[in-house]
Design a protein around this ligand. Structure first.
Ligand code: UTP
Length: 228
């Protein structure tokens, strides 16, 4: 059975408080997708990760310690999502959060859906999602964000920004180079995931909302940006 690999930003799961309505919509989409595919969801750490990391940075803690607390935040979100999915009783998600690529593969044998957070320090959840996709031989990663996709410019600052439904890896790479990446800065996909997917020629689908995820997976018309 083919595996669908999805990255879900922590800021979507817990924008301010837990987004219950989003989790319900995600569960509905996963239940539909699970009829045909296995699913791996990699969750981000969102605001919790950023706030905890920032406190430790201010206190003088090293990068490794900051990463570990970040990973813990991603794993807390993973546990929330996995347990939420299983609670619907229509799909089985993992009870334990995987710590390695091998764990994910093993858990996929006995679950419809495997939810994980970060797997090791010095990485990001988007980058980890790309690594998982490569490891499992998936040709696409689905990146769920809180914007509908990619624009020619920042749509919040430029009224003439145009939505881009399709862009090449090279075009996206050039665009990213212009957005100076500072720690904590947000772009639809981070640079690690951009590099892996470009080098491995993996398709990236950026979209907003569980309904669009389901449509994209089912090959229906959806709103989002395809990087290929
Ligand atoms: P995220 O990748 O979740 O950061 O990791 P983010 O982009 O701010 O989150 P979203 O997209 O809004 O959810 C948070 C931090 O956790 C550590 C890193 O320090 C990262 O900045 N981390 C995460 C790792 O060290 N390894 C991982 O695989 C994932």
């Amino acid at each position: 059975m083919k595996t669908i690999v999805v990255s879900v930003g922590g800021s979507i799961i817990v924008p301010d408080k837990v987004d219950y309505a989003f989790l319900l919509s995600l569960r509905k989409a996963v239940e539909a997708i699970a009829k045909k595919y296995k699913i791996v969801i990699c969750t981000g750490g969102g605001r919790t990760a950023r706030e905890y990391i920032s406190a430790l940075r201010k206190a003088g803690a090293g990068n490794h310690t900051q990463d570990i607390v970040g990973i813990d935040a991603t794993r807390l979100n993973a546990r929330l999502v996995a347990s939420f999915l299983s609670a619907g009783k229509k799909v089985k998600a993992n009870a334990e959060i995987p710590k390695s690529l091998g764990d994910i593969k093993e858990l996929l044998q006995v679950n419809n859906c495997v939810v994980c957070g970060g797997l090791g320090p010095g990485k990001t959840s988007d980058g980890t999602t790309a690594e998982i996709a490569e490891y499992l031989g998936a040709d696409t990663i689905y990146n769920m964000t809180n914007v509908k996709g990619l624009y020619t410019k920042d749509p919040r600052k430029h009224r003439d920004a145009k939505f881009l439904p399709l862009i090449s890896h090279e075009g996206f790479h050039d665009m990213m180079a212009k957005v100076k990446e500072k720690p904590g800065q947000h772009f639809v996909l981070d640079s690690e995931a951009e590099r892996i997917t470009r080098e491995k020629n993996m398709e990236v689908i950026i979209l907003k909302g569980a309904c669009n995820l389901q449509k994209a997976v089912e090959g229906k018309k959806f709103e989002g940006t395809v990087i290929e």
